[in-house]
Design a binder for this molecule. Sequence first.
Ligand code: PLP
Length: 497
Amino acid sequence: MAATSRDLPPLYRQWAEHYRQAIAKGALSAGQRMPSVRELMQRHAISLSTALQILRTLEAEGCLEARPRVGYFVCSPAAVNLGEATDPDPRMPVSQLDGKEFVGINERISLWLEQGRLADVRIDLGSAMPAPELFDGATLNRHGAALLREFPDILVQGHSRPGTHPVFQAAMARRALDAGVQVAPQEVMATLGNSEAVNLALSAVAERGDVIAVESPTFYGLLQAVEAQNLRALEIPSSARTGISLEALELAVQQEPRLKAVVVVPHLQMPHGAVMPDEHKARLVDFCVRHQLALIEDDIYREFLDSPQPPRPLKAWDRHGQVIYCVSFNKTVAPGLRQGWMNGGRWHTRIHMLKFAKTRNMQVWAQLLTARTVEAAAHERHLRRLRQALRQQRERSVQAVARYFPVGTRLSVPAGGLSLWIELPPGASSSRLFEQALALGIRVAPGPMFSNTGRYERFVRLSCGLPFSAEVEAAYVTLGRLVQAMLDQDPLQRVAA
Ligand SMILES: Cc1ncc(COP(=O)(O)O)c(C=O)c1O
């Protein structure tokens, strides 16, 4: 089937790939100056933001380095030799989309997490969280103390009504507006991060035995939540370029009468980092409206995107209250507060009722502290610094994979965020890598944590949240050696070599 413009990656990705190949083939050599933003705009008849995205994508991939006030220059080819990781086949037959197989993953994931927790971990490349020093702890402490002085009774006062403080609601509604989303302040409900938000959303829209469409691969916490609520997860292939496959969703809806909801992470999907193009978002919202499916949007990583214009959430396309929108500040503001919020669309009242029944939560101090922090001018500066630090850490990590992992390793470099999704060469196993690395004090997240289909045994997620120190680099050397040793032991690999 000929590719239509709908199947093609966004324009900036197409041009970034064009230049990546030119660098890989030597048409643009190390040290050479890249065309400037203006030259790219003229040469390819593209907008300023597309030209900037091309350069920033290539920079994030380690193909280019920016020299302040001079321009972008081609890096040494080490990092460029990595091919893109393989996407799952979007036309996967529905017989393979078997919801019944989704039992037991909760136990396996818990086991991996527990093993990691009990081990003596020196370098944690397993959790997608920025290092503590990348947060603005001093500002948080200042705001937190000021609030306690201003409201000395805040921690001892009971609250007769459940829910969310109006100051927090107003601040979140304003931020949503900046992102292109209209939410009335009274329809903002505070949550304990996105874990609670997504759990509440699932409880509101589905009951025991119902089917929930999730991306494949997906965040393991979602697979746990689905199973813990006696629901069945149906994995829908998700591409590292465009996100969830609408084609496979169409098939799923025909075959699964108990399908009730679709859960997606549209910006910097976990684990492969896709950013869903706007056209895809519009089609997905439309699809869910047509089939009366709840669309649960986990928008935890939007602010990590290295993009001149952060994209609009799916909620911006929602005219029917079909999208349940979930935001968390756990990874951008303060993991210690676990503050998030949600808007439940047409399920909002039910979600509010469920929240009261389950937790009655009203942590006023945390809500006011979050609102004050994110509304201060310093917050945008903090976010810029955080993105910048993570960009550098990602670049160093990509270069380390290119340098120390065996030939045949592939990865799709994300346009921001906290982690890399790496495909190891045939013959390698990420479950074995997890065990062997943990014995040496290095924690990684093996691919099978992110799916119950057994398709990701050769994938591993490595976090870029730690500053790239000599110890982190040494951990990459060790991981590369462990993978190489697996290949050396695999007779098929020896024959192939
Ligand atoms: C996609 C995704 N959703 C939700 C969470 C958890 O969110 P929170 O920490 O806000 O509960 C994570 C954490 O890693 C995640 O990657």
